[in-house]
Design a protein around this ligand. Structure first.
Ligand code: HEC
Ligand code: HEC
Ligand code: HEC
Ligand code: HEC
Ligand code: HEC
Ligand code: HEC
Ligand code: HEC
Ligand code: HEC
Ligand code: HEC
Ligand code: HEC
Ligand code: HEC
Ligand code: HEC
Length: 298
């Protein structure tokens, strides 16, 4: 400390006296400046926006650096009309100038626009949703369209700064080590995470991350289905099951097919077909019943 010993009460009193003196001096200064500026002929005091910086440093500095439209479109005095002690209430309401949009009906503008002298510097907590929806409506519509666990999260839980897009891998592990963060978008949309769709160029190993058995069978098969991608058969949307005839039409005589309800009765599973050396018709013994054993080509 500096050696002088004040009690807290004394200190407080000193402070108050100091402030009073300052205010008196400043009030005198103000009047002096105003009179000077006005000239002797006109006794009406004039305080200009250019005078503020003589006593206030923070606001002018903030506005100069990040004032945005509050620097270019309005002056100090458009917001602060008059000055103490003459005018007591000189803090404007935002609604003096901002009306007519849902966003302007919010309460507590300064929660996010923390300093009116730097209006574009915006900060908010991680539990904000309704305020975002005053401007962005599509995302909440998607959250309601298909409810998922993301629907229950606040917008700012993921978008911690305005405009910032989070990576999925900030919160989730990829399904396999072969999957990069840019792959998530192939199958998921952030605001509809459980609706899994994908494009025709999606690689088989993306599916293989979860479907090991199908992937391995299909990778090892020596049939022509090896050259057909997972997503060519399971097209566009997850859990789509193709119909063989969709690609093959009617490959066998109707009389033969009438006896077998499913292609798989002879061809086994699509991922590892049993191909036949010859049609059952060429093997008279087997023609009537379901083949006992699938004959596979090497
Ligand atoms: C001669 C010095 C001086 C000048 C010039 C001056 N001010 Fe002040 N200002 C003060 C003082 C001292 C206070 C604190 C007064 C009080 O609290 O009673 C103050 C307070 C304020 C406040 C806060 C009021 C509140 O209710 O909290 C605002 C806003 C303000 N000034 C804006 C301005 C603007 C805008 C200008 C220029 C147009 C300006 N001042 C010019 C000295 C000055
Ligand atoms: C768009 C309106 C607007 C403009 C323009 C504006 N202010 Fe303010 N100012 C405010 C509001 C609102 C507050 C109250 C902030 C709060 O409550 O935290 C404030 C607070 C202040 C204060 C008191 C608190 C502090 O930051 O010290 C001063 C001094 C001040 N302004 C000076 C100025 C000066 C000088 C200018 C011009 C360079 C200016 N203001 C321009 C809206 C404005
Ligand atoms: C004296 C009028 C006035 C007051 C009071 C005022 N503003 Fe503004 N503000 C403007 C004008 C004019 C613009 C530029 C046109 C527009 O965007 O509407 C603006 C623009 C803005 C912008 C966009 C800034 C940019 O650079 O694009 C924000 C954010 C903003 N104001 C927030 C506020 C908040 C928050 C308050 C209350 C603390 C407030 N304003 C009070 C006049 C005002
Ligand atoms: C939850 C945080 C939050 C609150 C509360 C908030 N704003 Fe904003 N405001 C924003 C964001 C985010 C933007 C978008 C900024 C951008 O476009 O870069 C914005 C933009 C603005 C803009 C400029 C764009 C426009 O649409 O005109 C103005 C003006 C504005 N706000 C005024 C206000 C006023 C007035 C209030 C109080 C009635 C308020 N804001 C309350 C977050 C908020
Ligand atoms: C006052 C209106 C307003 C408010 C409130 C607002 N935004 Fe924005 N937001 C905008 C504008 C304008 C853009 C830029 C538009 C663009 O790039 O398409 C934007 C951009 C974004 C972007 C980046 C878009 C992109 O394509 O890169 C995200 C993410 C975003 N806002 C999320 C939010 C979140 C989350 C909130 C609530 C915390 C919010 N916004 C509040 C107006 C607002
Ligand atoms: C689980 C995290 C998460 C939540 C919660 C979330 N977002 Fe997003 N948001 C993202 C991701 C990730 C992207 C990038 C999407 C992309 O690139 O395809 C995004 C993109 C955006 C965009 C850019 C345009 C678009 O739709 O792709 C806006 C705007 C946006 N979000 C606003 C919001 C709003 C508003 C809310 C609340 C209703 C919200 N977000 C909730 C993660 C989230
Ligand atoms: C900021 C963290 C965060 C980000 C970023 C994020 N998520 Fe989530 N996600 C969560 C949380 C929390 C849950 C719910 C987890 C739980 O309850 O088990 C979740 C759940 C999910 C679910 C399951 C949904 C359900 O209803 O079962 C999917 C799918 C998902 N996220 C995909 C994604 C994708 C894809 C991205 C990127 C576009 C992403 N997430 C970005 C936090 C996040
Ligand atoms: C090839 C498509 C595909 C890709 C690429 C993909 N996912 Fe998924 N993801 C799915 C499917 C399908 C499910 C749903 C499984 C189910 O129905 O249970 C899922 C489920 C999830 C879940 C819910 C929990 C779980 O593990 O079942 C999260 C979280 C998730 N994905 C995150 C991600 C992230 C992060 C990425 C990027 C690294 C990603 N996904 C890439 C298809 C994909
Ligand atoms: C995140 C893990 C995950 C990924 C990645 C994934 N799936 Fe799935 N898939 C599942 C789960 C879980 C099921 C449901 C299994 C069940 O119901 O027994 C499923 C079921 C299926 C089904 C069967 C539907 C039915 O009715 O039996 C098919 C077909 C399928 N997935 C194809 C794919 C394809 C193609 C891809 C790649 C584009 C893929 N999956 C990517 C997890 C995943
Ligand atoms: C998305 C289209 C598609 C679907 C669905 C499909 N296939 Fe194929 N299949 C093909 C293509 C492409 C070939 C290779 C044709 C060629 O190269 O001549 C093929 C070849 C075959 C062959 C000959 C195999 C060989 O190695 O000689 C058989 C048998 C076959 N398919 C049966 C089936 C059966 C049974 C199903 C249903 C379980 C089915 N296919 C579903 C596209 C499809
Ligand atoms: C030629 C078309 C075709 C290709 C290529 C294909 N599938 Fe299938 N898949 C089917 C058909 C048809 C079924 C239904 C069962 C059946 O009749 O064989 C099926 C069934 C499934 C099932 C559910 C039954 C099971 O075996 O678990 C999953 C999962 C699956 N496929 C994943 C995949 C994956 C992963 C790939 C790529 C590695 C793939 N499929 C490649 C046609 C195909
Ligand atoms: C009774 C057993 C049986 C049934 C059921 C069956 N197939 Fe076949 N399929 C065969 C045999 C045997 C061959 C070999 C014929 C040949 O090489 O001429 C064959 C060949 C094929 C071929 C290859 C043709 C070529 O030119 O290489 C396709 C494609 C095919 N079948 C599709 C199907 C489809 C789709 C179904 C269901 C609608 C089906 N099969 C049902 C026994 C069957």
């Amino acid at each position: 400390m500096n050696g002088t010993h004040h009690t807290e009460a004394e200190g407080g009193q000193m402070k108050r006296i100091e402030t009073m003196l300052k205010v008196v001096t400043l009030a005198a200064m103000l009047v002096g400046m105003m009179v000077c500026a006005a000239g002797a002929a006109d006794p009406k005091p004039v305080l200009n926006s250019s005078d503020c910086v003589k006593c206030h440093s923070k606001a002018p500095e903030a506005i100069a650096a990040n004032g945005g439209a509050h620097k270019t479109e309005v002056s100090c005095q458009d917001c602060h009309a008059g000055h103490p002690p003459t005018v007591r209430k000189i803090i404007p309401l935002c609604s003096q100038c901002h009306t007519g949009k849902p966003h302007y009906n919010l309460t507590g503008c300064l929660r996010c626009h923390t300093n009116p002298h730097t209006p574009k510097i915006i900060t908010f907590a991680n539990n904000i949703t309704d305020e975002c929806v005053t401007c962005h409506t599509q995302q909440i519509a998607k959250f309601k369209q298909v409810k998922s666990k993301h629907s229950a999260l606040a917008c700012s839980f993921c978008h911690s700064k305005h405009g910032k897009i989070p990576l999925c891998t900030q919160c989730h592990k990829p399904h396999s080590s072969e999957m990069a963060v840019t792959d998530c978008k192939r199958c998921h949309q952030a605001h509809l995470p459980t609706v899994v769709t994908y494009a025709a160029d999606t690689a088989n190993n993306m599916c293989g991350a979860c479907h090991k058995k199908a992937f391995e069978l299909h990778s090892k098969t020596d049939t022509k289905h090896k050259g057909v991608k997972c997503v060519t058969c399971h097209k566009d949307k997850h859990k789509t099951i193709p119909v063989c005839q969709g690609c093959h039409g009617v490959p066998h005589p109707a009389r033969m097919m009438a006896r077998f309800s499913k292609c798989s009765e002879c061809h086994n599973i699509a991922h590892d077909l049993n191909r036949w050396e010859a049609a059952p018709a060429a093997q008279p013994g087997a023609a009537g019943k379901q083949p006992a054993k699938a004959v596979k080509k090497k």
